[in-house]
Design a binder for this molecule. Structure first.
Ligand SMILES: C[S@@+](CC[C@H](N)C(=O)[O-])C[C@H]1O[C@@H](n2cnc3c(N)ncnc32)[C@H](O)[C@@H]1O
Length: 198
């Protein structure tokens, strides 16, 4: 089953989990605090970040799962965030012009994008020169012992969500051309907050 269909299938459960348990609340707040200007949110999913955004923030949220986008739409309307637009689009092949956005945000996305290198090079393309991309992402550790657990988890997470626990996302961000200007390890070196500049 393709990843977009997996997320269509999981949308209700994902949204319930994020809304009720809200496990990444303090990290989502940090991401939201950085965003200015016109923002592209990659893989907006069920819109878990929307409640942290300034009501007037100018955001385009893209995702390839219709059912996740439908959850975002409900939240956007409930929060009366008229400047949030939602578009069904593949991050690996976006229809935006080069250098369209002041900032990008991506939370828990590049573990799932089927071809992350392609997605990140598209992200780089649509960001303005000097613009910043804010990432909250989990990834492979530098510690082989931790990676044993991540590989086991990855077997199941790939099957259910199409999500890998062992992506080299920090390296992939650099390979796409971004310069990392800020980095915080939030949980060991697995969960990271990264700000990268074009
Ligand atoms: C783990 S969820 C994260 C959702 C949201 N960003 C959050 O923080 O809760 C990953 C999201 O990325 C989307 N996604 C993955 N690959 C994508 C792609 N190539 N194009 C568009 N959306 C993609 C999935 O549909 C899913 O909604």
């Amino acid at each position: 089953m393709s990843t977009d269909k997996k997320y269509d299938r999981m949308a209700v459960v994902y949204d319930y989990f994020e809304e009720k348990l809200n496990p990444f609340d303090k990290y989502r707040r940090i991401v939201a605090g950085y965003l200015r200007g016109n923002v592209l949110e990659l893989g907006i999913g069920s819109g878990a970040n929307l409640k942290y955004y300034d009501r007037g923030l100018d955001v385009i949220g893209v995702d390839f799962s219709e059912k996740m986008l439908a959850k975002s739409e409900l939240k956007r309307d409930r929060l009366c965030m008229d400047k949030v637009k939602l578009v069904k689009m593949d991050i690996e092949d976006m229809s935006f012009e080069n250098e369209s956005f002041d900032m990008l945000s991506s939370t828990f996305v590049f573990c799932t994008v089927p071809n992350p290198e392609k997605g990140l090079s598209e992200a780089y393309r649509v960001l303005k020169k000097g613009g910043r991309a804010v990432f909250l992402e989990h990834m492979k550790s530098e510690n082989s012992f931790i990676n044993i657990f991540l590989y086991v988890m990855s077997f199941f997470s790939k099957l259910i969500f199409g999500t890998s626990m062992v992506r080299e996302t920090e390296k992939n961000i650099k390979r796409a051309g971004f310069k990392i200007v800020e980095k915080r390890d939030l949980f060991f070196d697995i969960l990271k907050f990264i700000v990268a500049e074009k």
